[in-house]
Write a protein that binds this ligand. Structure first.
Ligand code: PEP
Length: 264
């Protein structure tokens, strides 16, 4: 883990927890981290509830001064107008979202989002001063045919070409075969692809942008494997799905610096 890049642990709740459940969850997470004397300057935590929870989560975080950033799981590529069911980045910014996930493999699969759409959504995020977390990753079939890095590098290149070197973005490497499967990439696999993605950023946006950009790993991250992932130099954090819905597991993931040992 590079010292210049503050680690980011992001919890993607997917389509789980309604707005009442979200309030209970965020309160419990706040208490758990307070009890554990979590220091927010060491690790940044960001929560990604469903759209319908965002106002509740925002209100609670502000009222209790909780040390969490938050964002949405998707946004429209458009800013306003006749796009029934879509949510504008303008609205997310008005709710004080800092981040927005774009190009998650479940959006790519369920909503046929291709690289052009992911690029347009990333641009929309930047237009509204939201930091896009750009998800890339290969399927099991891609892995078999092309190896791990080729498809994620191609996906990221298309997005980077639509952005500018001065734009602030985060990249999440999420092998599709690892998401929700219980089978995470090994730390070395995750680091190799993260290093290839950083090299791609360097080629398109220059080495300064590459060094400053956080690259997360996502796919079956748990308290038991986070420390070994975070020890790798190009892995700057995690995008956590299932384990982010369990207060004790997620709070343990956030506190990974306490369980990074020399042998992990
Ligand atoms: C995800 O959906 O982004 C994810 C990484 O899920 P999980 O942690 O459950 O594999």
């Amino acid at each position: 883990m590079a010292t210049l890049r503050c680690p980011l642990i992001a919890g993607n709740w997917k389509m789980n927890l309604d707005h009442l459940q979200s309030i209970a969850f965020v309160q419990k997470l706040g208490w758990a981290l307070k009890d554990a004397k979590y220091v927010e300057s060491n690790v940044e935590v960001a929560l990604f509830p469903p759209f319908t929870d965002l106002r509740s989560v925002q209100t609670l975080i502000n009222a209790d001064s909780l040390p969490f950033a938050f964002g949405a799981q998707d946004l429209s590529m458009f800013d306003d107008g006749a796009h029934t069911g879509d949510i504008s980045g303008l609205f997310l910014k008005a709710l004080e979202c800092s981040y927005v996930i774009v190009g998650h493999s479940e959006r790519r699969a369920d909503h046929s989002e291709d690289d052009a759409i992911v690029a347009a959504k990333s641009r929309a995020a930047i237009r509204h001063s939201l930091v896009p977390i750009v998800c890339v990753g290969e399927t099991a079939e891609d892995l078999e045919t092309h190896g791990a890095a080729k498809i994620p590098v191609e996906q990221l290149t298309k997005v980077l070409e639509a952005l500018d070197a001065k734009d602030n973005y985060v990249v999440a490497y999420e092998p599709v075969w690892a998401i929700g499967s219980g089978q995470a990439a090994t730390p070395d696999q995750a680091n190799d692809v993260a290093a290839a993605l950083r090299e791609t950023i360097a080629q398109v946006h220059g080495s300064e942008r590459a060094e400053a950009t956080r690259i997360l790993y996502g796919g079956s991250v748990k308290a038991a494997n986070i420390a070994s992932l975070m020890k790798r130099p190009d892995v700057d954090g995690a995008l956590v799905g299932g384990a982010s819905l369990d207060v004790s597991e997620f709070s343990s993931i956030i506190q990974f610096p306490k369980h990074v040992t020399l042998d992990s």
